[in-house]
Design a protein around this ligand. Structure first.
Ligand code: IFM
Length: 435
C-alpha cells in the first residue's frame, strides 16, 4: 500500500496510466502499414532475443479488458498513442478506415467507462514509407506530420481530453540518429542534427494543425533527466552541463523559449539545417500543458572524445539498470516551473522495470516515493496537475524486447492473460471509489 492518499493531491488532480501503440497493440492485419520498428526489430542484433511488436499484448483485440482494468484501478485517465501507420498506412495520402474504426472503439470505450482519453500522436512508430523519404531528417516531415495531426483532430479531437504531439523527442532524434539504439538506428551527426530540429519543427506545425481543426488542450511530452557531475573537477562540471544541454535544454529551450542552447548549436554547427532560426517561432508555439517523463538521473564525467560520458552511480537500481532517484523528479519539476513555464505540468510517465512476478513490492515503494516527490514539487510551487504510471501492462520495451517489464499488470505473452500486480493493487487502494 502507498503511504500517501489521493486527498493529499487535492481535487482535480488526474491519476492515469500510460502505454504506446507499438508496444501493446499487435493487430497488424487491418491494413496498418509497416513502421520503422517493424524493420528495425526484424534486423538481427537490434532487439533483445529478436523480439518484435508483431503481437505484443494484442491490445488491438483485448482493449475492452484493458480498459476495464484502468476503470477498476480507479484511474481517471488513459494516456495512449495513435499508430500513424494504422491510420495512414503510407504516412501520407490514403486513410485506413479500419484504423479509424479501431480508435473510435477505443476512445468511445474509454468515455463509456468514465476514463479521460489523453492522446499522443507520435510514439516512435514512423511509417516506413516516410523513412524511405528521409524520415525525421527530411524537413518535409513537418507537413506530413501536420496533415496526420489534422486528421486526428478532425476525427477524434472533440472526444480527447488532451493531445500531445511527440513523445520524447530526445529519443526520436538523438537516441535514434546519433546513438543508434532505436529505429532507424543511425549513428551520424548530420542525421541527428536534422532530426533534433525537424522533430520540434514538426511538433509546432502539428500544434497549428490540431488547433486549426478543433483539437484543444495541446502539449508535448519531454523525457527529462537530472544531469549531475560525477565529481567536482571542472571537466565533470562541463560534461554535466553539456549532458543537460543535450538531454533537457535543447527541448525545453526550443519549445518554451524558441531558443536552443549555444553549446549544442556550436557543437552541431554546419550539420544543422541552414536557416533553422527562422523556424523557431513555429517550434515555440504556445502550449496548454507540458508533459514530463521521468525515470532517473544522468551522471557525467569528462570524456577524451569530447562529448559527455555517462557513468554509473551508487544508488539502488531497477531491473533495467537505472538508478532510483525520486528527488530528481522534484528538482526537475521545480526547475521547469521556475526557469521555463507556468503552464500546467503533468508527469506523463514514471515507473520502473522489475523482474517478472505478480508481487512487486519494490515497485510499490518506487511509486510511493515518486508520488511524494510530486507532492514536494507542488509544495515548492510547481503546478503539477496529473501523474501517469508507466505502464499499465508489461509490454514491448523497444531494444530490450519483452525482457524488461514495466507493467503494473503482468502479461503472459503466450496466453495473453493479464494479472494485476501488487503495484496495481496499491494504486487501486489509493484511488478506488474516489473518482
Ligand atoms: O517504454 C518506454 C516508453 O515507450 C517511453 N518512455 C520510457 C519507457 C521505459 O523505457
Amino acid at each position: 500500500m502507498f503511504s500517501i492518499d489521493r486527498k493529499d493531491f487535492g481535487p482535480g488532480f488526474t491519476f492515469g496510466v500510460a502505454t504506446a501503440a507499438y508496444q501493446i497493440e499487435g493487430g497488424q492485419g487491418d491494413g496498418r502499414g509497416p513502421s520503422i520498428w517493424d524493420s528495425f526489430s526484424a534486423t538481427p542484433g537490434n532487439v533483445h532475443n529478436g523480439d518484435t511488436g508483431r503481437n505484443a499484448c494484442d491490445h488491438y483485440e483485448l482493449w475492452p479488458q484493458d480498459l476495464d482494468l484502468i476503470r477498476d484501478g480507479g484511474f481517471d485517465g488513459y494516456r495512449f498513442s495513435f499508430a500513424w501507420p494504422r491510420l495512414i498506412p503510407e504516412g501520407t495520402g490514403a486513410v485506413n478506415q479500419a484504423g479509424l474504426d479501431f480508435y473510435d472503439r477505443l476512445i468511445d470505450g474509454m468515455l463509456e467507462r468514465g476514463i479521460k482519453p489523453y492522446a499522443t500522436l507520435y510514439h516512435w512508430d514512423l511509417p516506413s514509407t516516410l523513412q524511405d523519404r528521409g524520415g525525421w531528417m527530411n524537413r518535409d516531415i513537418a507537413g506530413w506530420f501536420g496533415d496526420y495531426a489534422a486528421l486526428v483532430a478532425t476525427k477524434f479531437g472533440d472526444r480527447l481530453e488532451a493531445t500531445a504531439t511527440i513523445n520524447e523527442p530526445w529519443c526520436v532524434a538523438f537516441l535514434s540518429h546519433f546513438i543508434g539504439a532505436h529505429a532507424p538506428g543511425y549513428r551520424d551527426i548530420r542525421a541527428a542534427a536534422r532530426a533534433m530540429h525537424h522533430v520540434l519543427y514538426a511538433h509546432g506545425t502539428a500544434v497549428d494543425a490540431l488547433r486549426a481543426n478543433g483539437a484543444r488542450n495541446l502539449g508535448i511530452v519531454l523525457n527529462l533527466e537530472k544531469s549531475e557531475p560525477a565529481g567536482d573537477a571542472p571537466g565533470d562540471l562541463a560534461a554535466a552541463n553539456m549532458g543537460d544541454a543535450l538531454a533537457n535544454r535543447w527541448y525545453l529551450g526550443g519549445v518554451l523559449k524558441g531558443k536552443y542552447p549555444e553549446e549544442v548549436t556550436n557543437w552541431l554547427g554546419e550539420h544543422l539545417p541552414s536557416g533553422y532560426e527562422r523556424d523557431m517561432e513555429v517550434v515555440s508555439r504556445p502550449l496548454d500543458w507540458l508533459g514530463i517523463n521521468y525515470y532517473t538521473r544522468g551522471i557525467y564525467k569528462a570524456s577524451p572524445a569530447g562529448l559527455p560520458q555517462k557513468v554509473d552511480g551508487p544508488l539502488e537500481r531497477t531491473d533495467i539498470g537505472w538508478e532510483i532517484y525520486p528527488k530528481g523528479l522534484t528538482d526537475l519539476l521545480v526547475r521547469v516551473s521556475n526557469e521555463y513555464t507556468k503552464i500546467p505540468l503533468y508527469v506523463t510517465e514514471n515507473g520502473m522495470a522489475e523482474v517478472e512476478g505478480d508481487d512487486d513490492p519494490r515497485r510499490v515503494t518506487y511509486y510511493d516515493d515518486h508520488l511524494k516527490a510530486v507532492l514536494a514539487a507542488r509544495e515548492q510551487g510547481a503546478d503539477v496537475r496529473g501523474y501517469f504510471a508507466w505502464s499499465l501492462l508489461d509490454n514491448f520495451e523497444w531494444a530490450e524486447g519483452y525482457n524488461k517489464r514495466f507493467g503494473i499488470v503482468h502479461v503472459d505473452y503466450q496466453t495473453q492473460v493479464r494479472t494485476p500486480k501488487s503495484s496495481y493493487r496499491a494504486f487501486q487502494g489509493m484511488l478506488h471509489n474516489t473518482r
